[in-house]
Design a protein around this ligand. Structure first.
Ligand SMILES: [Zn+2]
Ligand SMILES: [Zn+2]
Length: 364
């Protein structure tokens, strides 16, 4: 273990600093290095633990006096800050933290609870097609992270062996020693506080019980789901250390672009080409929905380019199951680029006819 730094040095106060100065110094350090402000920053966590340890001693008159006389050797006591998890520290010293953070160590309040530390939440992104969103689907989502080792079933012991109670501490994780007239207990150096000893560690996880691996989680995407929405899968985040509850998995949904449809909330918009005669005479068209089903729509005679034909209740399903949005078909009138001789002649006749009819209409 590395050499412990002097507590006064850690808090950057002088040896004769008063209670208020020590309190202020710790508050400054704790706010700066608090894990909620420095997620996944091991160096900050170490500093936070160091400062907390220093403050837990220097803020207590008796402990401070003992530390002043005997230094670190006089402390020895029970709690190993650098080995302990953040959750342990925050719950063990909640009285100390409540002074500063208005309760329970975390800035958010209820994030930290008593009892074993909860595993971390995991956030992933998943792309789905419009068809998936239309029908609802189940998809496997890949996650990288630590998971219980399969080889040893999470025990850390090699096949055919198992974890034994630690011989040095008898399984309670702490050893008590006497130095001079002071009795103190420390984390068992042999099992590092776990109370267990693994004679022959599992080769795959080196006895750590967890391995880094890719695992797949089957996620249900309900019909009607859209980009920007997040699904929560309870218990599929990181495993909790030491029997803690696992975290949750959050899946951010991204809807892929679709060639045929644009989505507008619960509505679907499709473009559809019709010929000039169809637009003029009226026709019936069928539109294939994302799930393959088709719906018929009436195109009335005299339909203009860009007219929107809306079909109620044929859009995307609503997430709450209360019906569906609408389908809007934007009509595009196709103008032929190549004409046969006969088609050209017919169009010329049509033009003459329309001009005459138009003239009659205007003089009438
Ligand atoms: Zn032990
Ligand atoms: Zn293993």
């Amino acid at each position: 273990m590395s050499e412990k730094r002097d507590y006064y040095e850690v808090l950057e106060v002088s040896k004769d600093a008063n209670t208020e100065e020590i309190r202020k110094a710790y508050r400054k350090a704790a706010l700066k290095f608090h894990p909620d402000r420095n997620p996944d920053d091991a160096a900050a966590e170490t500093k936070f633990k160091e400062a907390t340890e220093a403050y837990s001693v220097l803020s207590d008159e008796q402990k401070r006096a003992q530390y002043d006389r005997f230094g670190h050797a006089g402390m020895g006591g029970g709690f190993d800050f650098q080995q302990a998890g953040m959750g342990d520290i925050l719950s063990q010293f909640q009285d100390l933290f409540s002074d500063f953070f208005g309760g329970f160590g975390g800035f958010g309040g209820q994030r930290r609870r008593r009892g074993p530390e909860r595993g971390q939440d995991v956030r992933v992104e998943a792309q789905i097609t419009l068809k998936d969103a239309f029908e609802g689907t189940k998809h496997e989502v890949g996650i990288r992270g630590s998971a219980p080792c399969d080889t040893c079933n999470g025990t850390g012991a090699a096949e055919g062996t198992r974890a034994e109670r630690c011989a040095q501490c008898g399984g309670n994780g702490q050893v008590t020693t006497q130095r001079g007239f002071i009795m103190f207990s420390t984390t068992c150096p042999r099992c590092r506080g776990t109370g267990e000893q693994i004679a022959k560690p599992c080769a795959d996880c080196s006895g750590t019980r967890y391995v880094e691996k890719k695992r797949k989680v089957l996620v249900t995407f309900p019909a009607g789901i859209d980009s920007g929405q997040t699904l929560r899968v309870p218990g599929q985040g990181m495993p909790g250390p030491a029997n803690g509850v696992p975290g949750d998995l959050y899946v951010d949904v991204v809807l892929e672009e679709d060639e045929r449809f644009q989505r507008d909330g619960h509505d679907l918009v499709a473009r559809r080409e019709i010929s000039f005669p169809e637009a003029a005479l009226g026709t019936e068209i069928t539109v294939e929905l994302p799930d393959g089903a088709s719906v018929a729509a009436e195109v009335p005679a005299g339909t203009q380019p860009g007219t929107v034909i809306s079909i109620r209740g044929k859009g995307m399903p609503r997430l709450d199951g209360r019906g569906r949005g609408d389908l809007h078909v934007v009509t595009e009138v196709a103008v032929p680029k190549k004409l046969t001789r006969r088609a050209k002649k017919l169009l010329e006749e049509l033009e003459a006819e329309l001009a005459e009819a138009n003239g009659k209409a205007q003089t009438a």
